[in-house]
Design a protein around this ligand. Sequence first.
Ligand SMILES: [Mn+2]
Length: 299
Amino acid sequence: MTNLTPDLTAFANVSSFLPVKPKVPERTSLEERRRFRTIWISDIHLGTKGCNAELLIDFLDHTDSDTMYLVGDIIDGWRLKKKFYWPAEHNDIVWRILKRAHRGTRIVYIPGNHDEMVRPFSGMNFGGVEIARAAFHDTADGRRLMVLHGDEFDTVMLAHRWLAFVGDALYHAMMQLNGWVASVRKLLGLPYWSISKAAKHKVKNAVEFISKYESVVARAAGERGVDGVVCGHIHTAEMRDFKHGEGEVAYYNDGDWVEGCTALVEHFDGTMEILHWPDEIAKREAEKAAQAAPAMQAA
Ligand SMILES: [Mn+2]
């Protein structure tokens, strides 16, 4: 990674940011955290109400890694440009990421299409965060993975850029309408009914789109001669192998922090795993309860 001299104002802003205390203090000490060789997260959409900041803060406070990849759509510049929305919890997430860099975690930020305004800074390093258009990652078991956001392979994005913008606006309008309809139905004593769910009668198309996207990305990785690819973008966590020529190429998608709340991790032996964080919290709570139970019986 080239370390070009970064924009000094931005650097000063980043370094003055750390001494500020986060609104939500860190919940665990480093020793209590689950350690991984690598963590990939993407599609956080900071700056929107959709971002599940609470779960992401919990994830950041219970994990640690040698390397962390931020695989795009971390900040949603499209929404921010229309309406400024930035609660304290979103600062807390940025604070935690910078804190990790400060502690020595290698942080690689690969901007996506929603934070494409960061793309021109590729090759620079801001407060320990390397910005790159794409990256190669070597796993502990000797495989080479290509890491990119993945909008490059989204045909809707490529063919009709304006359509993606309209789609984004339409989705938000629909979610707002959904809220109004729900409150009116509640007033009338009617059961909950979701517009977005009704709109998902097109779900078959969505499933087809996802599997097409996955195979297109995997094929591109195979053509690049790598063993696998890590991406985000379609908000669907997945890990599966695709045939490529005589061999196979691994497809990994780290999901999102809007609906699924998932991360992709590499263990120290090179094994990969998708962590669905709501499930991990449930497991943690169950373990705590199990530990507390015998103590209560003894007392
Ligand atoms: Mn995206």
